[in-house]
Design a protein around this ligand. Structure first.
Ligand SMILES: *[C@@H]1O[C@H](CO)[C@@H](O)[C@H](O)[C@H]1NC(C)=O
Ligand SMILES: *[C@@H]1O[C@H](CO)[C@@H](O)[C@H](O)[C@H]1NC(C)=O
Ligand SMILES: *[C@@H]1O[C@H](CO)[C@@H](O)[C@H](O)[C@H]1NC(C)=O
Ligand SMILES: *[C@@H]1O[C@H](CO)[C@@H](O)[C@H](O)[C@H]1NC(C)=O
Ligand SMILES: *[C@@H]1O[C@H](CO)[C@@H](O)[C@H](O)[C@H]1NC(C)=O
Ligand SMILES: *[C@@H]1O[C@H](CO)[C@@H](O)[C@H](O)[C@H]1NC(C)=O
Ligand SMILES: *[C@@H]1O[C@H](CO)[C@@H](O)[C@H](O)[C@H]1NC(C)=O
Ligand SMILES: *[C@@H]1O[C@H](CO)[C@@H](O)[C@H](O)[C@H]1NC(C)=O
Ligand SMILES: *[C@@H]1O[C@H](CO)[C@@H](O)[C@H](O)[C@H]1NC(C)=O
Length: 402
């Protein structure tokens, strides 16, 4: 009788290790500081990427990524200042951390490393456009079409269990306006954390695909149309959503029917929505939507977030030409504030959407009870592993300022 309990614990631990392994301890600040030997303070085995003139072992980030084995050993890549024009694809299963060199490791606006690409979807899948892709296979990253998107082949393994980026800007500057999907990041079948990062595009800047988990902290996300979209789970914490114009909505999510209860959706907390500059501020007052439903099971929430005057009175909008709002559609707000919050406008819009359906769309503003019991208030009640177990958060850095 001495064995069963520890044995069960072991099984549980092995289960958690599959996709939600133990958190990494990493003194990133020492590694990121500019020093005569750039690798001073870095974990042993850290790979160095820099411009040709720097003498670094790798002159592109993707060549460093490709040199890493597909095993479960954690790897770190330190990137010297510069703009790297390339697409990054991370398929490995084990932890990978990308660090941008900086002496200001807690301020995105001082970042000196950018990864830039310029591509638009056109007739191809959105996946091909992304500056950074974290997914085990191309198929896992494809968007596809219809209410449930690309059918990822059954048995596709989970990809990176713990991808992190600190102080890096991801740019897709195909066109200086919303032309068609141009992704900055694309995360599917993977867990990913971004700290003090920038994300710059105009349309579909951030894609969190199937079984994708993403946590974005103290970062800047710039876009115009549907610039947070996907099937997975995204939590944006203490960040800036920078409006480059208005189109579609800020969020556009597709829910999925699973055998277990899921919380797939986009959750924006303690953040600010602001115009990118004075021109946008002048031209777009009352024009931008918080979001629109990519399918009827859309789940989107802005909580404790400042909304500038560009946000329209209704907050969210329906998807033009499609009947995609029903009682399972969650287009919510909780304690949003600022000139973009218009209580009367929100109430009017909820009724305008559809008088015959949906308590949530008629009352898009959550009560405290709905906020808490709905599971919206903590990372543990939002993030799940691929089997649906909640509390899959060990890949999140809770103290990124250290
Ligand atoms: C990485 O290893 C896992 C586990 O062995 C495997 O399922 C997966 O197909 C491999 N991925 C790549 C890109 O080789
Ligand atoms: C980051 O730096 C910018 C420019 O130096 C400054 O305006 C801003 O307040 C800083 N942000 C934080 C969060 O410290
Ligand atoms: C990355 O994957 C995309 C497809 O998502 C592909 O088009 C591109 O060629 C890949 N790039 C590299 C460097 O592997
Ligand atoms: C994706 O998987 C489907 C189903 O297995 C297959 O028909 C398709 O060819 C795959 N696509 C790619 C790009 O591998
Ligand atoms: C303001 O931002 C918009 C959107 O990015 C850009 O098109 C425009 O050129 C910017 N205007 C100024 C004056 O910087
Ligand atoms: C989920 O199931 C409901 C009820 O069967 C159906 O109406 C809805 O279209 C399904 N949604 C997706 C995304 O498959
Ligand atoms: C709404 O969600 C419930 C489960 O949460 C599901 O049983 C039902 O089929 C869904 N209805 C539609 C129309 O999607
Ligand atoms: C708020 O919304 C109402 C109803 O849509 C509208 O009449 C009013 O002008 C709006 N107020 C502001 C300050 O935009
Ligand atoms: C409201 O929902 C009903 C039932 O699904 C649908 O027939 C009707 O078209 C919807 N109305 C609007 C304005 O979306």
């Amino acid at each position: 009788m001495a064995f069963p309990v520890p044995f069960q614990l072991l099984i549980v631990l092995i289960g958690l290790l599959l996709t939600c392994g133990p958190s990494l301890a990493l003194d990133r600040v020492a590694c990121q500081a500019a020093t005569p030997d750039p690798l001073t303070g870095c974990p042993s085995g850290t790979l160095l990427v820099g411009p040709d003139s720097s003498g670094a072992s790798f002159s592109s980030v993707q060549s460093a990524i490709l040199s890493i084995p597909n095993d479960t050993t954690p790897y770190t890549i330190l990137i010297l200042p510069g703009t790297y024009t390339e697409q990054l694809n991370v398929t490995r299963r084990g932890p990978l951390t990308l660090l941008g060199q900086t002496d200001v490791p807690t301020n995105q606006s001082s970042n000196s490393v950018a990864i830039a690409w310029a591509a638009v979807a056109g007739t191809g899948d959105n996946a091909y456009t992304s500056t950074l892709t974290v997914a085990p296979t191309l198929n896992a990253s494809l968007t596809g079409a219809g209410p449930d998107g690309n059918p990822v082949p059954p048995g596709t393994p989970f990809g990176c269990t713990d991808f992190r980026a600190y102080n890096i800007d991801f740019v897709n500057d195909y066109a200086p306006y919303s032309d068609d999907p141009s992704l900055a990041i694309s995360i599917s079948y993977a867990n990913s954390g971004f700290y003090y990062c920038g994300f710059y595009s105009y349309q579909d800047t951030i894609y969190i695909g199937k079984l994708g988990n993403a946590y974005i902290y103290s970062s800047t996300i710039a876009g115009q149309t549907d610039f947070l979209y996907g099937f997975g789970t995204l939590w944006v914490q203490s960040s800036l959503l920078s409006l480059r114009s208005c189109g579609g909505g800020i969020t556009a999510w597709k829910g999925t029917n699973t055998t277990f209860e899921n919380m797939y959706g986009v959750y924006i907390h303690d953040s600010a929505v602001l115009p990118e500059n004075a021109t946008v501020a002048e031209e777009q007052v009352g024009q931008c939507a918080l979001g629109r439903p990519w399918n009827a099971q859309d789940r989107s929430l802005f909580a404790h977030t400042y909304l500038s005057a560009e946000i329209r009175a209704s907050g969210y909008i329906p998807w033009e030409g499609a009947d995609r709002i029903n009682f399972n559609t969650t287009m919510a707000e909780y304690k949003t504030y600022g000139p973009g919050f218009n209580f009367t406008g929100r109430m009017d819009a909820g009724i305008e959407f559809n008088t015959t359906q949906g308590p949530l769309t008629e009352h898009p503003i959550l009560t405290e009870e709905e906020y808490v019991t709905g599971g919206y208030s903590s990372l543990e009640t939002v993030f799940q592993d691929e089997k649906g177990t909640f509390g899959c958060t060990s890949w999140i850095d809770r103290t990124p300022w250290l």
